[in-house]
Design a protein around this ligand. Structure first.
Ligand code: HEM
Length: 467
């Protein structure tokens, strides 16, 4: 199998499709909205191969990699209606409360009353990942399993990140081909370790579901993603079939990585700005203090917490956790929307298009003082009043969750979770820069956009308000 993957990795340079980068919001809108059919697919990734069943050439796609069509539609609906529907998310409240407690306990433990600077990312990662793992596998997943899952996901993301390009475009030199081959090999072995961890958990849920007579009754508990995947049937040549183990591993891995990495990145960037901007921190604390925990737990980021929403949007505008929206178009399909594409030779029969999310959010033509952190711009009367996390069909001002058909299905839950964690962080602690060190806002664009120097800050516990 590794040899097969390596053969693919050694593909001659001539068949590598060209890549163009788009930083213009109007062009991005035309492509992703007006020509949504043409820009509906991402390039094939080297890792959705069948590792568990080992069937030759059989893909085991997740939502990110599956081509647009009926299979994609079924997977996407399963996630949005089966897991992220508001009626299901309400049942997540106890798990969310545990996650917030984890975070506060983690920070308190390492902060030593504010004497020792805290590495925010570490504490946030542990809490957010545990929540994601319980959303995937149910609240019975043990601490040791959570730690093991976290380790392999981290490894996977770092492996891809170290390569600094998930979809390498150049294999023109022997060295580039060797690097790519090594990367594919590491990704495949990481994928195998993931399968070894996930499959027993999937089997355990299968047995549990077989014992349960009324499979739809959730008994007031959140239904984990794995249960929805076990029940799912996808259209195929011979009618509807269950997902293969490989497909389940792909989908679970995607869920864990997507719902942890980008959420943690957003929490860290948001808090970094609040550490620098003490006034914004106090303003947010006042707003959070005025509403109870429940408001945040239930995702009430709009309504009664407009400033929180504005702070998160401003953080996402400046530091989108996912650096690019990536599409692949096939030769001959280039619409007039992109002059660059029309003029471009496509020797491999297609092209890759990277929409640079960060450039769009910092475009000086669309934003006043685009490099400034100014949440007020999203408040009533501000220049971006009415701008949301996902662009509407008419205009793109920012697109941290992408745009068009393949935009992020986790947007609602991600915004709610960032709000929930940031609210707890400012309610429980006063945040100040670590002694002798400012906050370095340099970005590092790997698979996810993270702070190059992880945020270290002093977290002084705040007195608890009387009950
Ligand atoms: C702050 C948090 C998050 C950010 C910034 C983010 C951003 C993005 C972006 C930019 C895309 C590509 C969209 C496009 O190509 O147009 C995407 C896709 C996706 N995201 Fe997220 N995401 C976040 C959280 C989540 C969460 C919590 C999940 C939950 C599982 C998730 C699952 C996915 C999936 C499955 C896709 C592929 C969708 C498809 O192709 O149909 N994301 N996300």
């Amino acid at each position: 199998l590794l040899r097969r993957a390596a053969r693919r990795a050694r593909a001659p340079a001539a068949v590598q499709p060209p890549t163009i980068e788009i930083s213009d919001a109007a062009v991005a809108r035309r492509a992703l909205v007006d020509y949504a059919d043409v820009f509906a697919n991402r390039p094939f990734l080297p890792f959705p191969v069948a590792l568990v069943t080992g069937r030759r050439r059989r893909r085991s796609d997740n939502l990110t990699s599956v081509p647009y069509g009926p299979h994609w539609r079924v997977l996407r609906r399963n996630l949005t209606a089966g897991i992220f529907h508001p009626s299901r998310l309400v049942l997540l409240a106890p798990l969310q409360r545990d996650a917030v407690d984890d975070l506060v306990a983690g920070i308190s433990e390492s902060a030593a009353g504010g004497a020792v600077p805290v590495v925010v990312r570490d504490a946030a990662y542990a809490a957010v990942f545990r929540l994601a793992a319980r959303m995937c596998f149910g609240d019975g997943v043990g601490e040791r399993q959570v730690r093991a899952l976290r380790r392999v996901i981290r490894e996977f993301v770092l492996d891809v990140g170290v390569a600094n390009n998930v979809f390498p475009v150049s294999t023109s030199t022997a060295l580039a081909r060797l690097r790519r081959w090594r990367r594919v090999r590491r990704l495949l072995s990481s994928r195998r370790r993931q399968a070894e961890l996930y499959l027993p958990l999937i089997d355990e849920r299968r047995r549990r579901m077989a014992r349960r007579r009324d499979r739809d009754a959730d008994g007031g508990m959140f239904r984990p993603y794995v249960d929805a995947l076990i029940d799912l049937r996808v259209p195929g040549d011979g009618g509807s079939t269950p997902l293969t183990d490989d497909e389940m591993v792909s989908l679970l891995m995607e869920f864990l990585a997507a719902s942890t990495e980008s959420v943690v990145s957003c929490i860290e960037w948001t808090l970094a700005h609040l550490v620098i901007d003490a006034e914004a921190q106090s303003k947010l604390r006042r707003e959070v203090g005025d509403v109870g925990d429940g408001e945040h737990v239930h995702g009430g980021l709009g309504g009664r917490t407009p400033y929180m929403r504005a702070v998160i949007l401003e953080s996402l505008r400046l530091h989108p956790p996912v650096p690019f929206v990536i599409r692949e178009i096939v030769g001959g399909a280039a619409p007039p929307v992109l002059d660059e594409l029309a003029a471009m030779p496509m020797p491999g029969g297609g092209a890759r298009v990277h929409f640079v999310i960060g450039d769009i959010g910092r475009d000086g033509k669309a934003w006043k003082d685009p490099e400034e952190f100014r949440p007020e711009r999203f408040m009533a009367g501000g220049e971006a009043e009415g701008v949301g996390p996902v662009p509407g069909p008419k205009e793109v001002r920012m697109m941290p969750f992408g745009a068009g058909r393949r935009s992020c299905p986790g947007m609602g839950v991600a915004m709610a979770h960032v709000g929930l964690f940031v609210a707890a962080l400012v309610r429980e602690f006063e945040w100040t820069p670590a002694a002798g060190g400012g906050v370095d806002l340099t970005q590092q664009d790997d698979l996810f956009n993270v702070m190059r120097t992880p945020l270290r800050a002093r977290a002084t516990p705040r007195p608890r308000a009387p009950a």
